[in-house]
Each structure stands twice: as structure tokens, then as C-alpha cells.
Design a protein around this ligand. Sequence first.
Ligand SMILES: Nc1nc2c(c(=O)[nH]1)N[C@H]1C(S)=C(S)[C@@H](COP(=O)(O)O)O[C@H]1N2
Ligand SMILES: [Mo]
Length: 510
Amino acid sequence: MNTARTWSLAGVAAGLAGLATSYAAAMALNVRESPLVAVGELAIRFTPGFVAEVAIERLGRADKPLLILGIVLVLVLLFAWAGRLARRSWWAPAVLFAALAAAGAGAIAAQRNQQPVDFVPVAVGLVTWLVCLSLVADPLRSFVGHPEEVAPSGGHHRRTFLIRAGLITGAAAVVGLLGRVVGRGRREVEQTRRLLKLTGVTAPQVPASVRVGVEGVTPWQTHSDDFYLIHAGISIPAIAPHDWSLRIHGMVDREIVLSYDELVSRQFTEAWVTLTCVSNEVGGGLVGNAWWSGVRIADLLAEAGVRPGADAVKQTAHDGWTCGTPLAALTDDRNAMLAVAMNGRPLPLDHGFPVRSIVPGLYGYVSATKWVVDLEVTRFEDFEAFWTEKGWAEEGPIKMSSRIDVPGSGDELPAGETKVAGVAWAQHTGIGAVEVAVDGSPWMPARLARTPSIDTWVQWVATVDLEPGDHVLRVRAVDLEGHVQTGVVAAPVPDGATGWHEIQVSVSEE
Ligand SMILES: Nc1nc2c(c(=O)[nH]1)N[C@H]1C(S)=C(S)[C@@H](COP(=O)(O)O)O[C@H]1N2
Ligand SMILES: [Mo]
């Protein structure tokens, strides 16, 4: 057997095995796609426009499969090289595999909204590469002698090598196929979601009055792709609408079970609601504003007939996540809903498809259950939920907050007048005023944009006159009931951060 070719073969077997396990891990964990596809997407992003045009023109719809095939071919060559390197050193192929894994991780890091779990398939692939390579390299080392001689027991080791290489390649094929089967469910749900037409869901119309018109301020409407994601579980549930149902039970007169079709045939309510995470730090980005469409929870609870004595609804998600919501927030006149659409489209899978709860005024951890399947009317004293078990507060009204988006912290500015702008929120109470202060000077009012309701954030802008030197800019809000945002600093645990957002700027003579 030709030695170099045999070592190359070992590298390719290990390499393909790693691709297969990383793909299967991506499918099993329901992360968006395998590291290989992420690399492909990155390549597309960095392909110059004219090259892309030529590619599309010449290749048509085969352009993407061919791209992936091309990447696989390059990888196979690199795997073969790793195999050859393994002949003389154990670390050189490890470095090569680690570099390939780093490229995969880099491509994933370049994606929007990536989560820690998205990197797991890369790690799985890397471990597979290293383990499989050493599995095939050990017998190989013995039978081809190290490095050149043929050992006496060559035949035995040769057999071991061939058996191991064959088993690894076969296992890779099986694991890859399993990944396809596991991933099919999710692809089908994605497809169903894309084709879903929901009558009664209207496209978002952003009123012109919501903008202060300063560049760099967070867009008033948060695009679904840019919306922050919080998910305590590992894999994102992929639930087809026809597999979904909701049970409303507990302290009610009549239990209700609703199918998806029954839910979406009801009257819809639609509203702009700004969602916030209790873990958001002062000045942080775990907040977003979207147009939600769904069915009012208050109406469903009224049909079920809430019994006296209840003060909470325990919500359970398909993945077992739970939260406890104050009953009052679900039965008063606010727009608490079982949302089926976000920004005019069926909910994205990672934002809770097919149905999630949205309750204006409450942090997500006590209200915004994604993939919700169960509402139990009960009493707070009778249960604990996912986050309250971990020491977070039972009730989670959103605390008033304000943030400076422009200028950025650390920016260098010319002396003179500068626009300071950002967002402020006090959901379901409403923002009445925003004030800014430079260093220790008195607070001065900002101009507020208008919002369609008290359930959304508000953009604001103020003009300050800055002298040369270093300055601290602060912001605070006042709600429509006259409460002034507290400057007392509190960490997010157990019921939300407080304190004023401040940034530093340095102003130069000009
Ligand atoms: N099933 C489920 N629902 C959930 C969560 C979760 O981990 N699992 N996180 C909650 C938290 S803490 C927040 S802030 C919001 C975030 O919603 P988003 O990911 O759509 O932004 O969802 C809530 N609903
Ligand atoms: Mo959250």
C-alpha cells in the first residue's frame, strides 16, 4: 500500500466523520445550520457582486449546492493533508483541524443573533476529527513502521487500520443520514411557517411621528432578525401548527383546549409592544419593539370562567419552561395576547412559533412564554416557575429605563452643540419626559417623539453645548404618573436593574 496515500485516506476518513457529527449535532440541537453551511453563507457575504452575478447567471439555482460542494472538496484536500501530517507528528494535524474549526466558529460568529449553543456542533466536529484520526493513525503507525520500516506484524495492523477506517466512514454516513432525518422535522416546520397566510394579521405601519430623526438612534421598530433572543433551553422547539394545542385549566369553570386553527379563526388584536428582559443591564440591548398580532388572553380566560381566589396563571412552554404571570395583567384592559405573528409575519421559530404570550408591562421571564402550550389558573403560593426557583422575583413589572444611543460612549466630539439621543421605556405607564445632564449640571428636558401607545419605547433627543474636555452625559426618564427614574444602582437580580445610563465623551477644541 502506498504510504502517503494511506495516510491521506486516514485523514479523509476522520475529516468526513467530523463533518457528519457536526452536521448531526446542528440538526439535533436545532441550531440554524451546520458549520459548513455557515462558512458557505460567509463566503456568499464576501463574494463581490459581479462574481455573484456571473455565478448566478452561469449556474442558476445550482450555485449554492455547488458552493457547498466546492467547500467540501477543499476540505477533503485539507483532510488528506492532515492525514499526511499525522504520519510524522501528532500536533500538526491537530493544529490544522483546530484552524478549520476556528474558521467554522468564525463563520458562525459572523451570523446574526448567534447563541452559545450554535458553536456546539463545531466543538463536536473537532473532537470527532481528533479522536478518529488517532483511531486510524495508531494501527497505521505500527504497520507502515515508524516512519519508514515495515513492522513484522504489519498484516495485523493493516487489517486493524482498514477495519477502523471503514467503520469510521460507515458511521459517518449513518450519523449524517440521522442528522438529515432529525433536521427534516425542523425544515418542514420552517417551510410551513413560510407558506402560512394568516387572515387578520396586518403588516406593521410605523407612524412617522415615532422618529426623532437622529442617525444612530436604535430603530423604533426592531426587525425580527435583530430582536434579542433569550432561551433557557438548548434546542429550539420545531412545532408544526397542526401539532400545537393549548390547554386552559386549573381554577376555571370550564376547561378549554384550543387547536391552532381554532385560535387563528378568532378575532385578532394587534399592537406595538416593547418587550424587555429582566437581565438587561442599564444601557443594555435586551429590549426590542415589534408589531404583534394575536388573540386576547382576557377573552379566553373569561370564556373559561376564572374562579375566585386565583391570582396567577402558570404558563408552560412546549420545552417545559414555565413562568407565573399575575392574573390581573391578563384580565385587565391591556393587550395581553397569545401572539401568532411578529412584525406582520408568523412568529420566527426562535421567537416562539407557532404561539407565544405577550403581556405589555411585564418582563419576559414572567410573561412572554414562547411555544406556549398550557395556561393554568392558580395561586402564586401554590407553585414556582423556572426563574423564581432560581431566586428571581415572583412578579416582574418592567422598571422605567432610558438609554443614550448617540453619541457612543468614548466618542470624540468637536466643541459646541451636540445632539444626544436615545430611547426610554416605561411600558404600560408611558414615558412623560426624558432629561439629560452634562457632568453635574442641572437636568434639562429632551424632546420626545410621539408613540402610538404607552406600551412602547420612545425616542428622544436633546441638544447640549459641550466645552472642550472630558464629560459625562446622563439620562433619566419621568413616567406619565410623574415618577422620576431612580438613580439608585441595582443589579438585574432579582427584579431588574436600576440606575441612570451614563456615557463618557471627550471634546476637542475646534
Ligand atoms: N419557552 C420559553 N419562553 C421564554 C423564555 C425561555 O427561555 N423559554 N425566555 C423568556 C425571557 S427571559 C424573555 S426576556 C423573553 C424573550 O423573548 P425573545 O427571545 O423572543 O426576545 O422570552 C421569554 N419566554
Ligand atoms: Mo428575560
